[in-house]
Design a protein around this ligand. Structure first.
Ligand code: CP
Ligand code: NVA
Length: 305
């Protein structure tokens, strides 16, 4: 039984296969209309969502399957009943579990007790579905992912970790540019460095924006992630030098911009850039659905081969 918790469950070839499948599904949706026919997927959310909730629901529907949305109104996982019992019960009814949780440990427990594939749709440490959609979006513009240089600007968070890991696996160079004290988790970065030895990807962490001159793609995310109650106002001054704006694009020569959204306009990114010609942000949001459908098709039908 294969799951997707971190992306490290997959090889470079398998990830390239998922990206290719996502692109094929986008190009010819009719060919995949019955991929999940008669199958149900439970999507459960401990945190808010727009893109993830809607893309899984509509995406599963496009594959002929049925999505069941669970929020936490009916009792948080581990509170009304244990994560083990959640996993055991859900596994008797559905063919896959998609979960957005506060703590990565909850996903590990779900995986341990579920008898169906578990997909991480964001936790404190990773956002692998996002990163797959991001690399699919990059692949729509660059034929060879091993030649791409991706810069991440801002807070070193779950999205940063998944970009570093996927970059390491796919052979894409990733540099995280973060203020001192806000870099990615050191253990996860070291793990990514280890993975990069095989692919040859160059990974780096710096606080110097000048280091990304000549890069191809620049990415940013909120400066304060869900679950952290720090007001954005309180970190604004520290992060402002890491804002994506037209000046940054002009100075670095970077041609493409990504943001996982939700975005805070005029904070981590200006409206001028977000709505401008370099922005691939809405393609990226659309690709969440195609990339996730590739994941679900692959994981849920894994026993059918
Ligand atoms: N990018 C992303 O995961 O968006 P949501 O939080 O709206 O799902
Ligand atoms: N880093 C952000 C991503 C939102 C999609 C968060 O965890 O809130």
């Amino acid at each position: 039984m294969r799951h997707l918790l971190t992306s490290m469950e997959f090889t470079q070839d398998e990830l390239l296969g998922l990206i290719a499948l996502g692109r094929a599904m986008k190009a010819d949706p009719a060919a995949y209309r019955t991929s999940l026919a008669g199958k149900s997927v439970v999507t459960l959310f401990e945190k808010p969502s727009l893109r993830t909730r809607v893309t899984f629901d509509i995406g599963i529907n496009r594959l002929g399957g049925h999505a069941v949305y669970l929020d936490q109104q009916n009792g948080a996982m581990g509170q009304r009943e244990s994560v083990k019992d959640f996993a055991g019960n859900l596994s008797r009814w559905c063919e896959g579990i998609v979960a957005r949780v506060y703590d990565h440990q909850t996903l590990i427990e779900l995986r341990e007790h579920a008898t169906v594939p578990v997909v991480n749709s964001l936790c404190n440490l990773y956002h692998p579905c996002q990163a797959l959609a991001d690399f699919m979006t990059i692949a729509e513009h660059y034929d060879d992912l091993t030649k791409v240089k991706l810069a991440y600007l801002g807070d070193g968070n779950n999205v940063t970790h998944s970009l570093l890991i996927l970059g390491a696996l796919l052979g894409t160079s990733v540099t995280a540019v973060c203020p001192k004290g806000n870099g990615p988790d050191v253990q996860i970065f070291n793990q990514a460095l280890d993975l990069a030895k095989k692919s040859g990807a160059h990974l780096a962490v710096t606080d110097q924006v000048e280091d990304i001159k000549g890069f191809d793609v620049v990415y940013t995310d909120t400066w304060v992630s869900m679950g952290d109650n720090t007001p954005l106002e309180a970190v604004k001054d520290k992060f402002m030098p890491y804002q994506i704006n037209q000046g940054l694009l002009d100075n670095t020569g970077i041609r493409h911009v990504l943001h996982c959204q939700p975005a805070h306009r005029e904070l981590e990114i200006t409206s001028e850039v977000m709505d401008g010609p370099a922005s691939l942000i809405l393609d990226e949001a659309e690709n969440r659905m195609h990339a996730q459908n590739a994941i679900l098709h692959t994981l849920i039908n894994q026993g059918d081969k």
